[in-house]
Design a binder for this molecule. Sequence first.
Ligand code: HEM
Length: 213
Amino acid sequence: MLMRVHPQNLLTAGTDTSALTTEWAMAQLLTHPEALHKAKAEVDANVGTSRLVEESDLTNLPFLQCVVKETLRLRPVGPVIPAHEAMEDCHVGGYRVRRGTMVLVNAWAIHRDPEVWDVPEEFRPERFADLATAPVLPFGLGRKRCPGESLALRLVPLALAALLQCFEWGVVGDVDLEEGVGLTMPMATPLAAVCRPREFVEDMLSASARRDN
Ligand code: HEM
């Protein structure tokens, strides 16, 4: 496959989206202590504290992956998939779409459809535990689907796992989960959290510095 994508496009399309999804995931966890505790316990049990979490650990962190999927459902950073043009006459969901029509897909609304999701407004990572496929499209669909999807589905859980593994987290005051406005959907009030490195982190960093010297 020939890919002609400008490196700058990859950077802009890949950085904000992944960083905002990680921020939303942390905000959701910090407002759902039981999920935070469960995700952290999973990282501790499967990775431990003698080394930093790695990409190969992700398969052993199913709950953490559910946290990311539920974050992408509830807080898709591309709430409205960028406009596409119908290349030919077609029918979508019973509607006739003429060639040349500009099509916008409201992923945000699809992800909260009460006919599909039980209590759609609630953050419940467990709902993804038994779902092989789910009617979500945080990365779009079809030919124009996000080419960075599989990278993002490694990057975001790995960053999240490292944040949970290495730090104790807390919040000052309330976390505002209001959605802001932007090309990619930010938090209206950026997440303000406090973190303290866990004891093992210093030992791990000095051991790794010794190895490098
Ligand atoms: C959580 C992270 C991410 C989300 C939610 C996301 C979501 C999306 C969405 C919804 C689209 C539009 C798809 C469409 O038009 O149908 C898109 C396009 C795109 N994404 Fe991502 N993305 C993410 C991460 C990344 C990463 C890590 C990269 C690359 C390093 C990337 C590169 C791109 C590019 C180049 C396009 C434009 C493709 C085109 O116009 O043909 N994305 N992304």
